[in-house]
Design a protein. Structure first.
Ligand SMILES: *Cc1c(COP(=O)(O)O)cnc(C)c1O
Length: 231
């Protein structure tokens, strides 16, 4: 069942990509497994899914110990500075770096581990006071500051836009993130200006996000069903 849902999601990704002349291989699917047990990840992994999204660091730590080494975790939740060490040890990418302090602490732990890490900068695209993420106006400044931390590679931007009544209403938020990335490209702020990652779009609206340039979509419910309550 899970692998059927993954296949259906991949098909929808391919359809959205072809509608706008993009290649489906340009879009990574992060299967958001938060609140589901490790057994669910193992089942999806057996069906060929390798990238998973988690938003609670203790959960990543627990699941990391239970799943095969080929499973990669993207951290997509708010990361507390005192959890940066676990994140450095157990994740492939942190999508939610939104402040210099966190990046510095992350850099120190990565240095001790003699490694480096891909990250995204989370932007509060809807300027929603309840949401984390750096404001649009402060994004360039943060990107400049992050250049002083050699252990992190800034691969692009991520956003969680405000909840809208219909998927189409999310389009302007996705477009604004892409326009911001366009504006910041060519300024030596990203690891690779030819491929600035844009992580945007969830179960209800990833097709719209792809039309607006998403390179990473984060899909939970459409793959795993309704999430169990947090214990
Ligand atoms: C939970 C979550 C998702 C997945 O949401 P669905 O609507 O279940 O697809 C995507 N991104 C973030 C940051 C999340 O926390």
């Amino acid at each position: 069942m899970i692998s059927d849902n993954i296949n259906k999601t991949r098909e929808k990704i391919a359809q959205a990509a072809s509608r706008c002349g993009r290649s489906p291989e340009d879009i990574k699917l992060v299967a958001v497994s938060k609140r589901f047990p490790a057994s669910v990840i193992k089942e999806a992994f057996a069906g060929g899914q390798t990238l998973f999204g988690e938003n609670y660091i203790q959960e990543v730590q627990q699941k990391r110990a239970e799943v095969p080494a080929g499973v990669h975790f993207h951290f997509i939740g708010h990361l507390q500075t005192n959890k940066a060490k676990i994140a450095a040890e157990s994740c492939t990418m942190i999508e939610t770096v939104d402040r210099l302090k966190l990046a510095r602490v992350l850099g120190k732990h990565l240095e001790k581990l003699s490694t480096s890490m891909d990250i995204l900068v989370q932007v509060n695209i809807g300027e929603d006071s309840n949401k984390s993420g750096v404001s649009v106006n402060d994004t360039e400044k943060l990107l400049l500051e992050l250049k002083s931390i050699p252990q992190i590679r800034v691969c692009g931007l991520m956003t969680i836009p405000p909840i809208e009544p219909s998927p189409e209403d999310s389009r302007p938020h996705f477009r604004n993130l892409r326009l911001l990335a366009d504006e910041l490209s060519g300024k030596d702020l990203f690891a690779d200006d030819k491929r600035i990652e844009l992580s945007m779009g969830m179960s209800g609206d990833f097709h719209i996000a792809i039309e607006e340039g998403a390179t990473i979509v984060r899909v939970g419910t459409a793959i795993f069903g309704n999430r169990p309550a947090r214990k």
